[in-house]
Write a protein that binds this ligand. Structure first.
Ligand code: SF4
Length: 287
């Protein structure tokens, strides 16, 4: 019989880490409205759900992935910006960030660079802390956002707020914006030319905020930030947008329709939390 060479303290550390991860997961589940962790999800078992790095929906009743890629053949936003990388004014005083962002938001409010301006009620620029170390980038405003002029204030926004809270942040301690600032009709996915026209705003606001990590919410955001292709796995893998690390994961609106994917989103957010604390979660690949 082999001797167990693992020092007692290491085992304690391992157990403590596991307990921390479990506690975080339970907080996440509870915050998202769950009352326990199911052993099965509908007719599909948990083991059939996608693992980290596997964006493919599982077979069976969950095979339809409603997250629509951007139109084929369109330019990506990353081709609109210069290739030299963001200047990243880290250390910029808060007041200066706010001044620059206010100027940018005013420009966006008057923008008519794409057809989306024609039916907008309000331009939806951003909300949250412009000095945050984490920025969430979604797809585009929905009906509630178009009415209020703020991103992620509808049902998906409330779910995002719970995700943010599970990560240990206050609601307004993170920076939140979208690929396009005006609502696409019927909440359709922004077209490539619309995202490209709006790229100057997204690129500039991310340059001013200069977060340590960007979380791309949904395939559209991931594609336009240049960290996902139109086909194949895309979520759960680190990418980079102009020098800022990007973690792509599912959009909260998708989670509302398909809550069985909460677990993999929590895995992605754990990687972000570990990155921000300068550590990698146990067993995760830093891809
Ligand atoms: S979506 Fe962007 S580029 Fe299009 S009109 Fe609105 S602010 Fe301008």
């Amino acid at each position: 019989m082999e001797r167990d060479e693992t020092p007692a303290r290491s085992r304690e550390q391992i157990l403590a880490e596991a307990a921390t991860q479990l506690r975080g997961h339970l907080t996440f589940e509870q915050g998202m409205g769950s009352h326990g962790i199911p052993s099965v999800v509908g007719e599909g078992r948990l083991s059939e759900l996608p693992q980290a790095g596997d964006s493919r929906p599982p077979a069976g009743p969950y095979s339809a992935d409603p997250e629509v890629p951007v139109a084929p053949g369109g330019d990506r936003m990353t081709t609109a910006g210069a290739q030299e990388g963001l200047a990243g004014p880290r250390g910029l005083p808060l007041a200066e960030r706010e001044r620059r962002l206010a100027t940018l938001a005013q420009e966006a409010a008057e923008c008519r660079a794409c057809v989306l301006h024609e039916r907008r009620n309000r331009n939806v620029f951003a909300r949250g802390n412009p000095a945050s170390d984490i920025a969430f980038v979604g797809e585009g405003p929905g009906r509630d956002e178009d009415r209020k002029g703020l991103p992620f204030v509808g049902a998906a926004g409330q779910l995002l707020d719970k995700m943010v809270a599970a990560m240990g942040y206050a609601r307004d301690d993170v920076y939140i914006c979208n690929v396009v600032k005006c609502r696409p009709p019927e909440n359709r996915t922004p077209r490539a030319e619309e995202a490209l026209a709006c790229a100057k705003f997204l690129r500039s606001q991310l340059e001013i905020v200069a977060p340590t990590v960007i979380v791309a919410l949904g395939r559209c955001a991931a594609e336009h930030l240049g960290v996902a292709g139109q086909e194949g796995p895309w979520r759960g893998r680190w990418g980079s947008f102009q020098g800022i690390e990007v973690m792509p994961t599912y959009h909260p609106a998708f989670l509302l329709r398909s809550p069985q994917f909460k677990r993999v989103v929590w895995q992605d957010l754990q990687k972000v939390m570990a990155k921000l604390s300068g550590d990698q979660p146990r067993g995760s690949a830093s891809t």
